[in-house]
Design a protein around this ligand. Structure first.
Ligand SMILES: [Ca+2]
Length: 237
């Protein structure tokens, strides 16, 4: 706001300069016209402008645009910070989402192709599946809890023997990049088992492609430089 005020004041100086320098011999009406033109140009120097945004359409606006992708009605955020399942989930929750729920073969294949093209993670991604509430009953963390599609590796998750020593400890699901994106059950908070993670957010109805922002900083800086130059010329006379 102060920047705007500063520019307006500078601009008024320049009007005075132009009027006194070039139009000193003009009649009053001529000066009035010149002033009107200059003042009318002022809004042109301070326009808002529409900027393109490479964020996928409908993803929440407070998310950074990097590593966002949409599938069906979901905005998916790929996070490459290794952490445990609990921390990963809390980070998704704090941004208004949750860990990804892979409910169909379609989204499973989509993620496989997308993540293979990224080549940013060699081990795996936490997903929003757990059997913490009831041992060996795997369910999704959000929405419809019942798991009707799964991609467990043999001997993992629902394919693991119930109440074996391992399955009792392994309550969180990770999609292993190094095992053809099969799902594995692992301990949720083991400090030696940290992975990247994928958050899922609901798509908003807003397009998200273009957003109105105030004056571009480049335009403001250009305006200041031009007006400073005008002021400098004025002082030099
Ligand atoms: Ca378990």
């Amino acid at each position: 706001m102060l920047l705007y005020l500063y520019i307006i004041i500078q601009y008024m100086f320049s009007i005075q300069f132009v009027r006194s320098t070039f139009y000193a011999n003009f009649y009053f009406d001529d000066m009035k016209i010149v002033n009107c033109v200059l003042v009318c140009l002022l809004p042109c120097l301070l326009p808002g402008h529409v900027v393109s945004d490479d964020r996928p359409a409908g993803c929440p606006e407070d998310l950074l645009p990097q590593n966002l992708v949409t599938y069906s009605s979901a905005c998916l955020q790929i996070n490459f910070n290794h952490t445990n399942w609990e921390v990963a989930r809390n980070r998704c929750l704090s941004d208004g989402g949750d860990l990804v729920q892979i409910r169909t073969e379609g989204i499973q294949r989509f993620l496989e192709h997308f993540l293979m093209s990224q080549k940013m993670e060699k081990t795996g991604f936490w997903i929003g599946a757990s059997d913490k509430d009831t041992e060996s009953q795997w369910e999704w963390v959000a929405g419809e809890r019942n798991m009707t599609y799964s991609n467990w590796q043999n001997g993992q998750g629902t394919k693991a023997p119930k109440h074996s020593q391992d399955s009792d400890l392994d309550d969180c699901a990770v999609m292993r990049v190094d095992y053809r994106f099969k799902w594995y059950d692992v301990p949720c908070t083991n400090k030696y088992l940290t992975y990247s993670y994928i958050c899922q957010y609901a798509l908003t109805s807003r397009s998200g492609e273009e957003r109105y922002r105030g004056p571009g900083i480049l335009m403001l800086l250009t305006t200041i430089v031009v007006l400073k130059f005008v002021q400098y010329m004025q002082l030099g006379r």
